[in-house]
Each structure stands twice: as structure tokens, then as C-alpha cells.
Design a binder for this molecule. Sequence first.
Ligand SMILES: [Zn+2]
Length: 256
Amino acid sequence: MRTAAREESLHDEIARLAQALCVACARLHARGLLSGAEGNLSVRLSNGNLLITPSGVDKATMSPNSVISLNADGTLRHAAGTINDSARDTVHRPSSEVGLHVACYAARPDARAVIHAHPPVATGFATAGCPIPADVLPEVPVVIGPIALVPYARPGTPALAEAMQLFLADHEVFLLANHGVTVLGTSLSDAMLRMESVEQAARIVLVARLLGGEQRLSAAETSALFALRPSSATSVTFATTARRPYFAGVSPEGLT
Ligand SMILES: [Zn+2]
């Protein structure tokens, strides 16, 4: 009976999270952070396995039955139809960024959700080689956390996960050069809100630069804001992020 109850609980968890993935996709699509079939979202189940969005599917109209079930190592459990076997759709394949998601979960036991998207303004910063500064908006150190600027690697290849490895231990947000943005969360809603906040911060900084440039917070105030985050590693990470040179020779002032 105990085993049956646990299986029923897992089934309920899968159904709930597959539906939540669809809701998150629709919300991010409605806010312009996902376009068409772009982007991919995953969640980690309590047993360590993963649910991930399918490849090539319009995120605005995605169905829970197209959500794909994976083992913890990214190998396929079900092509689709995680909710109802009779409705299983064997057409869909998992996102091409499975390797990126698996690498994130392997490096971060605390991560329960990963979202990869192409939000236009934050991706613009990544494409220009410009970091989103940590010392302008309080939301960045307190809510978003340090933002890594990851060198370019071709999407959908193991090289992308390898490029992120250096940053995975102490970041939840990754600007992927010439590509997009990846965020981690302790839940799907945590990751979704973080993705929205990153794009919002990028918009505000861009507008500030159009108006002559942002006013920076003091180092003391920024450190105090980072100290408000639950993670104790962020103050160290802030120093690393703040001192990282702007690559591609582009300074924040280059956008003004
Ligand atoms: Zn992408």
C-alpha cells in the first residue's frame, strides 16, 4: 500500500508540474520572453527525474501531454504523454538543450527548475557582450542574484553546457553570448519570476543608458543588498562578477 501511495503521489506531482510548465510557457510567451517554439523549460521531480518541454512546439499553446519525461541523466523515459498514457503523443522529441538542463541539475542540487529563453533586451546585453550591472537596481543583488556572462558556445551542443560549468556553482542567472538567457530556480515559479526580473532589469538599465547612463550604487550599499540574499556565497560572487572585464571590448557606456 505504501508503494502504491508513493506512485500515486508521484503521478500527481507529474500531472501538477506538467500543467505548471504549460502555464509558465504561456505566461512567458505572453510577456514576449519566449517566441514561437523558442526556449525550453524543465523541472526536477522529487524522485530526481525531469520533465522538459518538447522541441519545436509553440509554447503559447503547449499541452501537458506533450511534456516529456526524462531520467535524471537526460535519457528518455516517455516520448510524451506524462499525464495520460492513452493520450501519449509519440511525435515530439525533447528539447535540443537537454544537456544544458541536465548539467544545471547535476551541478546544483538545490535547483528544481531551469528555464532557457531568448528575452530580447537581456539577450541584447548578452549579444553585445555587456553584463547587467549588479550595482544599479536593488532587485539584482537581492532577488536576481549575480549574473554570469557566459562565452559563446553553439546552441544544442555539449559545448554550451561546458561553457556554463565555470559559473554554475554560484550563479542562478546566465547571459549566454549571442544566444539567450538561462535561469535556475528552487521551483518553477521561482525560476519564472527570476527570468522576468532579469528582462525587466535589462530594460531599465537600457533606458537609463539612453538617458545618459545609470547612477551606480555604492560598493557598501551593493554589498549590504547582496547580504540580504539567502545564499551566503553571493558576497564572494559579487566581487567576482563586479571585477569581471567586459569582454568583446564593449563597456556599459558603449550603449549610450
Ligand atoms: Zn536558445
